[in-house]
Design a protein around this ligand. Structure first.
Ligand SMILES: [Zn+2]
Ligand SMILES: [Zn+2]
Length: 348
């Protein structure tokens, strides 16, 4: 049996790089991919530190990682759009294709969705992965593997924008400039926003927000973020507010900085399951609050914006590590938020 290197999570804070059996194509619509770049996501950190996220619990040795790009090694007989040697971005969430959510195109809500790196499905912190060919997108040779991997957070941002019904020339507020918030800034501008106002508490992230096109950035530790956004919008608030900090504080702020008639999209997840919503304010100002889960149908948009160069998230990559240094990579991503944004595992 041919073997490959993989970073295997054995328990809380216990991840080891070891040799495991190489996967092989089992059905005609699958492809075998050599992984070249994988981003570390907040969800990987949760599994590493806590062994679970909600109902998803790591009970057996498990491989994390889902923000990935690679090179096609082999394709099943039914795969026509890819060939060995192609550079590809991989959409990690595949619906069951049979339930009503899948039929409605909302496969992110499929109760039987297979998501790469989410138990029981193995992830991409390994050398080779087998995946459904129709969830694999060809990239031109000049697009770096890292940019392909960054299509994943970009797909989250584009799904949030699709769900917001944002209009051209909108004023947008992005609360929280982690990888998703930063992706939202560029995705909103590429999708026609006139102006993006961003908040965070880390100077590095605010600098990146400016670099990626935010017109105004505010440090929520130094100024009253709500007042700053209201002042910047003539007291009106933003047409669309994206909460991307995953904090109750930012959720509360979003109710205060949305324009009457505007839309709030809650992108971040909080440990708290209940937050007070000022319902009378919501009713009388006719604003809406929407949730999103990952994405559906936005990967092709993410790939297209990346190929066209309308979005370039490469500046958010602050650290790069080989697979052998996965523990250090996870530690940096988790504990050095002041100096790291997106940490990438590179396999050359
Ligand atoms: Zn992710
Ligand atoms: Zn389904």
């Amino acid at each position: 049996m041919p073997s490959m290197k993989a970073a295997v999570l054995h328990g809380i804070n216990d991840i080891r790089v070891e040799e495991i059996e190489m996967p092989s194509i089992k059905s005609d619509d699958e492809v075998l991919i050599r992984i070249r770049a994988v981003g570390i996501c907040g969800s990987d950190i949760h599994y590493y530190r806590e062994g679970r996220i909600g109902r998803f619990v790591v009970t057996k040795p498990h491989i994390l990682g889902h923000e990935c790009a690679g090179e096609i090694v082999e394709v099943g007989k039914a795969v026509k759009h890819l060939k060995p040697g192609d550079k590809v971005a991989i959409e990690p969430g595949v619906g069951c294709r049979r339930c009503k959510y899948c039929h409605e195109g909302r496969y992110n809500l499929c109760p039987d969705e297979t998501f790469m790196g989410t138990p029981p499905t193995g992830g991409a912190f390994t050398e080779y992965v087998v995946w459904s060919g129709d969830f694999v997108y060809k990239l031109p040779e000049e697009v770096p593997y890292e940019a392909g991997a960054l299509c994943e957070p970009l797909a989250v941002a584009l799904h949030a924008i699709n769900m917001s019904d944002m209009k051209p020339a909108a004023t947008v507020a992005v609360l929280g400039c982690g990888p998703i918030g930063l992706a939202l800034i560029q995705a909103a501008l590429a999708s026609g926003a006139a102006r993006v106002i961003a908040t965070d508490i880390y100077p590095l992230r605010l600098d990146k927000a400016k670099e990626l096109g935010a017109s105004e950035v505010f440090n929520a530790k130094e100024v009253d973020a709500v007042q700053a956004i209201l002042d910047a919008t003539g007291g009106e608030g933003a047409d669309v507010v994206f909460e991307a900090a995953g904090s109750v504080t930012a959720q509360r702020q979003s109710f205060s900085v949305v324009k009457s008639g505007g839309v709030i999209v809650l992108v971040g997840m909080t440990a708290e399951t209940v937050t007070e919503v000022p319902l009378l304010d919501l009713i009388t100002r006719e604003y809406q609050v929407r949730g999103i889960l990952r994405y559906a149908n936005s990967y092709p948009q993410a790939v297209a914006f990346t190929i066209l160069g309308k979005v370039n998230l490469l500046p958010i990559v602050t650290h790069r590590f080989p697979l052998d240094s996965i523990v250090e990579a996870l530690e940096v991503s988790d504990t050095r938020k002041d100096e790291s944004i997106k940490v990438m595992i590179k396999m050359d």
